[in-house]
Write a protein that binds this ligand. Structure first.
Ligand code: NAD
Length: 434
């Protein structure tokens, strides 16, 4: 008999699938539930519906411990701990949409035998509301901090594990702590509301850091500084650190935009105006559009121009297109009358539906054929190895806008192209520009 606790996981998206797979890797029998029958079928066959490094191997290696089902009851029968990993997208008001969470709660019933462990990102107060509806069920807030692209490593080597529970639910919090103990992250045991706020505040802080460095980039352009140098010098201060201090086209993805907005609305609903987050959101929106001005600086009107987007996913090593900067950029370019071609190593399938007017190409080289400019949108490693001298020959105009400050400006210029980064246009590094 297996001695490890059986675990139920509800939702098999990025968080749920990684959670289920990693718990199985730790030796736990896992029953993973999703309402998407096609996804469940695919997972039963061993087909992984997302692009995430290491997950295919880990899933295949733990197949005998993983059961995929569409029936919540299968999980309820097998386990006492139910990890909820359903999506909590934004509503039109910017609040988090908790309808999927509520659907799970309704399916659960108040049987007094189960604990609901919330990994989905939810507004502070959600746990208290669920506890009011289901007083006999135990409730633990255990927010997830993984990053797409390194989700397995993040899950298996957490910086910290936050476990929030209120009096009476200690047994469930202890059970969750036992499961996570072997992973070695610092354990933060706290109350439910504080655990919920830790997650929202962490994402809001990281988004703020990104918008901050993007504003520094925009000022750097005006005063002749290079933001990559500024960030390097700032980041060496241990109080600041290097991470999330990279200027670019702004943040996207399934978490930051919605979580920042949800925290802003949560504060607003209590009567508090969270001014800082209003600015963070606005800076991020404007940042995605600044590329247009850079293109116009060199090309004049964009009407009739062919613009090639290198990368579409919101970040490398994922095919997630949720809130990707490429969506706004492509639509703005279209709005200006440009034609848009694009290449992404893995996100094409997810992007096709969202970008019906974009011409998809099989390689960066093909995308750049006849292009008046290349815009690097996602810093896929393969874009660091492009032969710009050869690419220049294919392009109608030798212009590169590096939306992630990922390329080597000197190498691109040495190949005979004009290079525009973010926040480094007028700095010393640009003096040799043609
Ligand atoms: N993606 C990330 O990087 C990340 C990181 C940390 C936290 N989070 C949070 O985790 C949660 C899940 O995010 P995700 O990116 O994995 O979402 P996702 O959209 O990729 O997956 C959600 C899954 O839940 C399923 N689902 C919806 N309702 C269901 C129900 N009633 N019963 C069973 N399954 C149901 C959906 O079919 C889908 O497969 C969100 O709250 C998100 O904010 C996400």
């Amino acid at each position: 008999m297996n001695e490890k606790e059986s675990i139920g996981v509800v939702g098999t998206g990025w968080v749920g699938l990684v959670t289920a797979t990693c718990f199985a890797e730790l030796g736990h029998p896992v029953v993973a539930v999703d309402i998407d029958a096609e996804k469940v079928e695919a997972l039963r066959r061993g087909d992984v519906p997302i692009h995430e490094p290491k997950i295919d191997e880990l899933l295949a290696g733990n197949a005998e411990r993983l059961t995929f089902t569409t029936e919540l009851d299968d999980a309820l029968r097998a386990t006492r701990l139910l990890f909820v990993c359903v999506d909590t997208p934004p509503t039109y008001s910017g609040d988090a949409d908790l309808s999927r969470v509520r659907a799970v709660v309704e399916g659960l019933g108040d049987d007094g035998k189960h604990a609901l462990v919330m990994k989905s990102t939810v507004p502070a107060g959600t746990g208290a509301a669920i506890r009011r509806d289901l007083p006999d069920i135990a409730y633990v807030s255990c927010p997830e901090f993984l990053k797409e692209g390194s989700a397995i490593d993040d899950f298996m080597h957490p910086d910290r594990v936050v476990i929030g529970a209120d009096p009476g639910d200690e047994w469930a919090a202890d059970a969750v702590a036992d499961i996570y103990e072997s992973l070695g992250g610092e354990m933060v045991r706290t109350d439910v509301a504080s655990a919920e706020m830790i997650k929202l505040a962490s994402n809001a802080f990281l988004a703020t850091k990104i918008s901050f460095i993007n504003e520094i980039a925009n000022v750097s352009e005006e005063v002749g500084a290079d933001v990559t140098e500024v960030a390097r010098g700032m980041g060496l201060d241990q109080r600041i650190g290097h991470s999330f201090l990279r200027a670019g086209l702004g943040y996207g993805g399934s978490c930051f935009p919605k979580d920042v907005s949800a925290l802003k609305q949560l504060a607003g609903n209590t009567g508090y105006h969270f001014q800082l987050l209003t600015a963070v959101i606005e800076v991020n929106e404007l940042q995605k559009r600044r590329v247009l001005k850079k293109l116009e600086k060199h090309l004049g009107s964009l009407a009739g121009r062919k613009i090639a987007l290198l990368g579409l996913a919101f970040k490398p090593d994922t095919d997630d297109m949720r809130e990707a900067s490429s969506l706004v950029l492509a639509s703005r370019l279209k709005g200006e009358g440009a034609s848009v071609r694009a290449y992404d190593p893995v996100a094409e399938r997810a992007a096709r539906e969202l970008l019906p007017d974009v011409e998809f190409c099989a390689s960066a080289e093909e995308a750049l054929d006849g292009a008046h400019a290349a815009v690097l949108v996602t810093e896929w490693p393969e874009f660091g190895k492009l032969d710009w001298a050869a690419l220049r020959e294919r392009m109608a105009t030798p212009l590169v806008v590096d939306g992630r400050n990922f390329l080597d400006p000197d190498a691109v210029r040495a190949a005979g192209l004009t290079y525009e980064g973010i926040g480094r246009g007028n700095g010393a590094a640009a003096q040799g520009e043609s």
